[in-house]
Design a protein around this ligand. Structure first.
Ligand SMILES: CC/C=C\CC/C=C/CC(=O)SCCNC(=O)CCNC(=O)[C@H](O)C(C)(C)COP(=O)(O)OP(=O)(O)OC[C@H]1O[C@@H](n2cnc3c(N)ncnc32)[C@H](O)[C@@H]1OP(=O)(O)O
Length: 243
């Protein structure tokens, strides 16, 4: 699957809806046992959640958006398929979350790229299921530091902490992902799927049982004046950096 939402694959409501429906089709296709997730945009895997979906929007729309974010995470994290992330560009926040839901992460070895959950840098807070996905990936202490600082890691740093599994030159990323897929698909599906579910189920069940309160919590947090102000400042910083 190639992410195509120019310019930076930000995760808007429309894009998330389309992504989930494409993933569902693959999930139901018995002949499809694995997916390589990559970006069709230069330099960026995904810029994370579309900030415009969280800025100046009605509570109803924010709620609809957050449900789609939850759906994307649930579909990816609980997939029966082998999902390999070929991270061919920067992958902050929601982009990092998406990568962490995959079974294996291969990142292009380019020091200009970065990956991490940088929410606190925007004045927002990574919800419990973002946090738990990271704990499940890199452990509790590293997550605590990473989340409080809103740390973005270079590919080498990400490999050091286990946030990605392998670095390769960018032009070898798909070939490496394909070789890795062959190895993962050599394991009998049922045994691998039961094992994957055993590892991830507690986190998935937790969100499933708290979906509505999680949406309410997001809406009440994101629509607060100081949070809207922080997002506005961050957006203008992004635009200024460009000029
Ligand atoms: C209780 C729970 C409460 C809250 C939880 C909410 C959770 C949120 C998780 C998130 O995912 S928040 C999003 C965080 N994302 C970021 O901080 C990434 C910001 N973007 C970048 O750092 C860079 O754009 C990039 C490294 C991804 C790519 O850099 P570059 O190739 O130089 O592109 P530009 O910076 O020039 O960006 C092009 C264009 O795109 C706009 N843009 C970038 N990111 C986003 C985004 N996430 N949402 C919306 N728009 C984005 C950027 O402003 C530029 O727009 P122009 O109009 O100036 O072209």
């Amino acid at each position: 699957m190639t992410l195509q939402n120019p310019p930076v694959n930000s995760l808007s409501l429309d894009f998330l809806t389309e992504f989930c429906s494409a993933l569902e089709k693959l999930e139901m296709d018995k002949s499809c046992r694995g997916v390589i997730l990559t970006s069709g945009q230069p330099k960026v895997f995904s810029a994370g959640l579309d900030i415009m979906e969280m800025y100046g929007k009605s509570p109803e729309r924010c709620g609809e958006f957050w449900r789609a974010v939850q759906e994307m995470w649930l579909k990816l994290y609980s997939s029966n398929m082998v999902i390999i992330a070929a991270i061919n560009g920067s992958s902050p926040a929601g982009g990092c979350l998406m990568s962490m839901t995959c079974d294996y992460r291969i990142m292009a070895d380019n020091p200009r790229y970065s990956i991490g959950l940088n929410e606190t840098q925007l004045g927002i807070v990574a919800p419990f299921w973002f946090k738990e996905t990271m704990v499940n990936t890199v452990g509790h202490r590293t997550t605590e530091i990473a989340l409080q600082l809103g740390q973005l890691y270079s590919p080498t740093e990400a490999l050091d902490i286990g946030l990605v599994d392998k670095l390769v030159p960018e032009d070898q990323i798909i070939a490496t992902a394909t070789q890795t897929m062959t190895k993962w698909l050599a394991v009998p599906d049922h045994a691998r799927q039961i094992t994957k579910s055993m590892m991830r189920k507690p986190t998935i069940d937790k969100l499933m049982s708290k979906r509505e309160p999680d949406i309410q919590n997001f809406v009440s947090f994101i629509t607060k004046d100081p949070i809207q102000k922080s997002l506005g400042l961050y957006l203008s910083m992004l635009k200024k950096r460009k000029s």
